[in-house]
Design a protein around this ligand. Structure first.
Ligand code: SF4
Length: 411
């Protein structure tokens, strides 16, 4: 089950390689995150038994289907929107990271969840599901390069510097800084926000969450995606000069104390390598090739791309835009290729294409291959629980505080 032949060029010639050929190598592997630096302590997947690595697609399909059938509702498969079709077809729930974590929360009958996504998502599902329910990541090498751009040590060091420079509270008695983290971050950072009067956001509710934070604090420090933070704050009318970038390896993040005092949103220097690929030139090309095309992009794209598009929003927004599109219309989408291709399959009466002419999936999502799913399900059948993701109780409790603040925040 290599990358489907589309006739389009790919960003990495080793993309069709089987994930188990690269799982034990450092780095994220082929795909959009190839050039990102993986943390040295990033989990590595152990060897996959030969039964799975040498199986044909048909064998894997029959093993997965049979194991699913026998396991029944005891095991639920959660599939992220960005997973390949060969995985999504087996999913009991398909959604974004938060929708899937909520699906886990709403499935008390399940003993285990096989989370076909990346590490931080499995952590969130573990936080929200019951203590006796196991959350399994079929391939431990499926991290997220954006989440890895902010480690808890870096975040705590940043916080110490901010507190030293700005104090804990401002003259008006409000917190000087409210920490806000995107769902795409480690449980440790969510817990940090929970402990420090902060909150979590998704790409759907980032504006509501920033409004919540501005009511309670003088400014926000936003982890780890600078683009979602910047795009959301700009849409709220915040001046870009009041959004300094925090570079974790520099004193004060590379800013002066005055810049931090003047800031409204301090942006962590993180990004998604999938969404960073989209450019204004691609949008101009799409408009030249398809007069009347509607261009919609994800807010993890750079601000100039969001400005040049006709609309920007979360995956759910993109799905709804496609659902509402008139037959015969043309939509260019700036988000992950597997999702774009699936939207096209769902609306054959609309022309939908990815803005990026090069096929370049998320390299860590790509690590979940049917061979891992078959191995995971057959291991469960045999009574084993491989690759369980467990968030320590103290971290889970503090993360839940930040997640519950998000759920309670109202526009
Ligand atoms: S698409 Fe971007 S944010 Fe999502 S898992 Fe991949 S690298 Fe992380």
């Amino acid at each position: 089950m290599a990358l489907r032949a589309t006739g389009r060029s790919t960003c990495d010639p080793s993309l069709p390689q089987a994930p188990w050929a690269i799982d034990r190598q450092p780095g994220y592997g082929p795909g959009a995150s190839t050039i990102d630096r993986a943390p040295v302590d990033a989990p590595r997947q152990g060897p996959l038994p030969e039964r799975y690595t040498s199986a044909t697609d048909a064998e894997l399909d029959s093993w997965i289907s049979a194991a699913r059938e026998t396991l029944g509702p005891r095991v639920r498969i959660l599939g992220h929107f960005y997973q390949r079709d060969e995985i999504v077809r087996y999913a009991d729930f398909v959604g974004d990271s938060f929708m899937l974590a909520q699906a886990a929360k709403g499935s008390p009958e399940a003993e285990a969840f096989v989370f076909c996504g990346v590490h931080f998502m499995a952590e969130t599902a573990d936080i929200l599901s019951g203590a006796d329910q196991a959350v399994i990541l079929p391939n431990l090498a499926a991290g997220c390069s954006m989440a890895d751009m902010a480690t808890i040590d870096q975040v705590e060091a940043c916080w110490r510097e901010l507190m030293a420079a700005l104090g804990e509270t401002g003259a008006d008695g409000r917190q000087s800084v409210i920490p806000v983290t995107y769902m795409n971050s480690s449980a440790a950072i969510k817990a940090f926000c929970g402990r420090n009067g902060g909150i979590v956001c998704t790409s759907s509710n980032a504006r509501t969450v920033l409004e919540w934070a501005f009511e309670r604090g003088q400014r926000v420090v936003f982890f780890p995606d600078q683009h979602l933070g910047r795009n959301t704050a700009r849409a709220m009318g915040v001046d870009e000069r009041q959004m300094p970038l925090w570079r974790p390896h520099l004193p004060l993040g590379g800013n002066t104390e005055q810049q931090l005092r003047d800031a409204r949103v301090i942006l962590w220097n993180g990004f998604c390598s999938v969404h960073k690929r989209f450019t204004v030139a691609q949008i101009e090309q799409a408009r030249a090739d398809h007069p009347g095309v509607r261009v919609i992009v994800h807010p993890e794209c750079p601000a100039e791309v969001v400005d040049a598009a006709d609309g920007a929003g979360s995956t759910e927004y993109i799905r709804q835009e496609v659902e509402r599109a008139a037959p015969g219309s043309v939509i260019a989408v700036g988000t992950e290729i597997n999702l774009v291709n699936r939207l096209q399959q769902q609306r054959p009466d609309v022309t939908i294409f990815c803005l990026d002419p090069v096929v370049c999936p998320c390299s860590t999502m790509y690590r979940i291959h049917p061979a891992y799913l078959a191995w995971t399900l057959e291991s469960l059948l045999a009574g084993a629980t491989p690759n369980r993701i467990t968030v320590p109780a103290g971290v889970a409790d503090a993360s839940r505080v930040a997640l519950e603040r998000m759920l309670a925040a109202k526009p």
